[in-house]
Write a protein that binds this ligand. Sequence first.
Ligand code: WT7
Length: 650
Amino acid sequence: MAGEQNNIDDLLLENRKFPPPVDFQKNALVAGTFLYDEARADDEGFWARQAAELLHWDTDWHTICEWNLPYAKWFVGGQLNVSFNCLDRHVLAGRGDKVAIHWEGEPGDTRTITYAQLLDETKKFANVLKSLGVAKGDRVNIYLPMVPEAAVAMLACARIGAAHSVVFGGFSSQALADRINDASAKVLITADGGYRRGEVFALKPAADEALANTPTIEHVVVVKRGGNDVNMVDGRDHWYHDLMAEASLDCPAEPMDSEQLLFLLYTSGTTGKPKGIMHTTGGYLTHVTYTHKYVFDLHPESDVYWCTADVGWITGHSYIVYGPLSNGATQVIYEGVPNFPGNDRLWSIVEKYGVTIFYTAPTAIRTFMKWGDQEPAKHDMSSLRLLGSVGEPINPEAWMWYRDTIGRGTCPVVDTWWQTETGGIMISPLPGATTLKPGSATFPLPGITAEVVDESGARIDHGGGYLTLTRPWPGMLRGIWGDPERYKETYWSRYGDRYFAGDGAKLDADGYLWLLGRVDDVMNVSGHRISTTEVESALVSHPAVAEAAVVGANDATTGQAIIAYVTLRGGSSVDEGDLRNHVAKEIGAIAKPKTIYFTPELPKTRSGKIMRRLLRDVAEGRNLGDTTTLADASVVNELQKRAAEAPSED
Ligand code: WT7
């Protein structure tokens, strides 16, 4: 029981198990424990073998890993070019005609781009960047919709050793200006606009607002996509297609030091000024190539891979651009929203391109549950053979729905835990090797060591606590741009020499890892430390519930009381009392919500994470704090109104 120690309670018991299907295992890249065994014996040697086998190096490294806590360098002395590894080497090997990207615009227009074409486009754009004065070591900002030019721009930067900083196209001009200024970027690449829910959203006007306060930007390149009117400033702003028409195709890939800065990506976390997370070249590319290959059991000759993330997030960097292209995969990239023109758009794309591997977020999965089973049923999705999840804990019942309704009850589901900071996947099943449990990310990947510790930092092997990483890994962040103190303070101060991820986690009796959400969200109810994730999962296990968010609100009697916000599945209804009792039955009376609010939507960030902090403000009747990362502000306004009207039990 909790109380004696300040750990997180372990309430949810999940006993369902799914070993790898025999058919899947037959062709799987990994079916036994050999990778785990090799990595356990010598993790650095293991990573060195991956780096050597998976990538082309121009110069060999002399040291695999130099670890001066909290700073790691990987493959020191080695040289390679990321764009060469993602493009040239496939073309040189005779695979130039292989499709790299099946691109589908939201209105239904399409582009098919081969590796040879992507290479040509990248070389030309690298020359464009050079002609605009971009040199090795400079920073370039990218603010684009989901168009192939986003990948081209990133790869072109990598080709010449400039670091990119991609800003999600849904972010405001202020967010863009802050990031440009923090990075002192020289060039901005944007578009006139892009498509979203059937309409053009303007990007260039937002960029113009930002540009009024970004003195370091010398040139702006504008991709024509939306067709909306834009204002072009003479001498500063240039159309992408005009510059490309003049650009030379001759642009050899220059070998870069393994530790050359590849990109900055800003992450806001739950609070505070965004942090410019730094990722470098050799270690990062090794990590994402290795994880993309083995976690997704990639067979590049036959698979059609699709990750639904936006390129503005780390998932888009690692598992749309760098991992898949380095592995020579064929992938789908879709520009728009999942419900345009209908709620079955994604499934129509799966059918159209014969997608075999599908990677999305729990927030999307729960939304599909809400929309109902009839949407996927409209399409033949028999091409799918593997499903992935990332971004938040996936509730066991959402996992089951995903496997059964999208994966025909046969596709393995890989729940992949990682962060912007880790660069690539850290904790995940290997689908041909790991027996799955719904809702568990299972085990650290070969080469990764994760441990759960208690409040004092002592390792525990059973029950709830705090997730830490104990060894450096190739894709790890190299720091926070311009703020080394914050880097140490945020990640390396709480548990000595361990990296603290900020997440709660528990280990079950079989050693499986279960992520319990951000530790800032853990509730304290009568001295019990209860994870929001477990109560949410108990709620979602009710057949009427699609999605739930749970917060602890101040309570005179219990310290905090559990307040739940619940979204029902299409066509379902349930009584509040029944639902409270359901939670009590699933995980215990201590976790029974005091109040449940039914709501058609939950407040989420632009990347789909539930904003529990805001719900806490609402539940405690406070004025809302920072709402700038909120995707749809009307949702909390509505909930606030209802909270004010609700009769108080006290
Ligand atoms: C945080 C990192 C990783 C790319 C997308 C998000 C949460 C992520 C899982 C998962 C439980 C997860 C964690 C983590 N998270 N994946 N499979 N199970 N939680 O990147 O924005 O840097 O967020 O997302 O809380 O710390 P990010």
